[in-house]
Design a protein around this ligand. Structure first.
Ligand code: SF4
Length: 395
């Protein structure tokens, strides 16, 4: 049986970044203890409810929000509950997301005591003016000091996130951020292109106008595409090879936890707006999620209805999740898992996308080209159009 990945969202933040479209906010810290209690309750409920749940975990990921704001006693409560119900492997990857400048010394000590061996910093930019314009509270010096500090504390692996497309960013300032990133010694980087949607204040301003969040100062789409291309190139030259649309790692440092999402391996998500994918005893994938409203989350335990995926839904997921990875999708494996007749209708699309330069088909392996990675949403939408998958079922 596959080992499990455990994801816990911690939605508390010290300030709300202008580009942020996550279920997170500046909630009173007095909610934290109630929140952790609720997560521990769900952990116990999950073990009772999902009979095929793997009880061995090889990854734990606290994301957010800003989990580094949790005080030591609550961190210990969370990890205590996880270890009470799951055997966390000795070599499990245990990650916590941190905001630079928001990692107290006693919380860092508690993380190390709890077995955390990977910290992911939401840096977004090493250029102070850019970080400040989005509401981030750190400077370059603080971010670099924190990266150094967690390595000194014994954390083995560090990721830093950057965003291409922030207000005031220029080609030169992006190159500067990439250089500082690579000089910082991190073994993993996540490079995102700014998402513009009405879920963030900056996104709404880009779509609807206004001057409060510097929407007019974001780079053009072409400039953002150039930044992404430069990142792929610079990071590869400096030893961080791309393995997923937004993720780059030194050899052996790819995120065990995040790979589960793209390889469709089971994970249990706990906390606000957390998503899970488990498999029943006969191998059928089931998905379920929690609410994204904190008050509802705190007042009513449980999940929204779990639903089992049909074979066709699983097939679609196998395409658009697998294609996120640079290794791509193995056509022969797809035919073995889903039957040749189900895979066949996708072949004309694969040919079309290949002649458009969006896919690079090998003899067996099909992967996105660099251009395809930049236009991945359009490519995935075309995969979703191939077959009418009908209505999903609840379980
Ligand atoms: S980007 Fe991260 S730190 Fe900023 S508001 Fe969103 S979750 Fe919080």
């Amino acid at each position: 049986m596959d080992s499990l990945g455990i994801y816990i969202s911690v939605p508390f933040c010290r300030s709300k970044c202008t580009y942020c479209n996550f279920a997170s906010g500046v909630f009173p810290s007095s909610y934290m203890a109630r929140y952790v209690d609720r997560v521990c309750e769900d952990l116990r409920a999950a073990v009772r409810r999902f009979s095929g749940l793997p009880r061995v975990a090889d990854s734990v990921y606290l994301g957010g929000g800003t989990p580094s704001l949790l005080p030591p006693d609550l961190l210990k409560t969370l990890f205590g509950a996880i270890r009470e119900h799951f055997l966390v492997k000795g070599d499990a990857e245990i990650t916590i997301e941190c905001a630079p400048g928001q990692l107290a010394e006693d919380s860092l000590d508690a993380m190390v005591d709890c077995g955390v061996n990977r910290i992911s910093f939401g840096v977004q930019s090493f250029v102070d003016q850019e970080a400040k314009a989005t509401g981030r509270l750190h400077t370059r010096a603080i971010a670099l000091e924190d990266i150094d500090r967690v390595y000194r504390a014994g954390v083995e692996r560090v990721n830093a996130d950057l965003i291409a497309g922030l207000p005031h960013q220029t080609a030169a300032s992006w190159t500067e951020s990439l250089d500082v990133l690579m000089d910082s010694g991190v073994d993993h980087a996540s490079i995102y292109m700014l998402e513009v949607d009405d879920e963030s204040r900056l996104g709404r301003e880009v779509l609807g106008g206004g001057a409060r969040y510097f929407a007019a100062a974001i780079p053009s789409d072409d400039a953002i595409a150039d930044m992404y291309t430069e990142a792929v190139d610079v990071l590869a030259k400096r030893g961080l090879a791309q393995y997923e649309i937004s993720n780059f790692a030194r050899m052996g440092a790819a995120s065990v936890h995040n790979l589960k999402y793209w390889r469709r391996l089971p994970y249990l998500g706990l906390g606000l707006d957390a998503h899970s994918m488990l498999r029943t005893e006969n191998g059928t994938a089931i998905r379920f999620a929690t609410t994204d409203d904190l008050q509802s989350y705190l007042s009513s335990p449980g999940w929204e209805d779990a639903r089992s995926l049909t074979r066709l839904e699983e097939l679609e997921e196998a395409w658009f999740l697998g294609l996120r990875l640079n290794e791509g999708v193995d056509l022969q494996q797809m035919e073995t898992e889903f039957d040749r007749e189900l895979v066949e209708p996708y072949k004309p699309l694969i040919e079309d996308l290949s002649s458009d330069g969006l896919l690079t088909p090998g003899a067996r392996q099909i992967a996105l080209s660099l251009r395809g990675r930049m236009l991945s949403n359009e490519v995935f939408a075309r995969f979703l159009d191939v077959i009418d998958i009908g209505e999903p079922a609840s379980v």
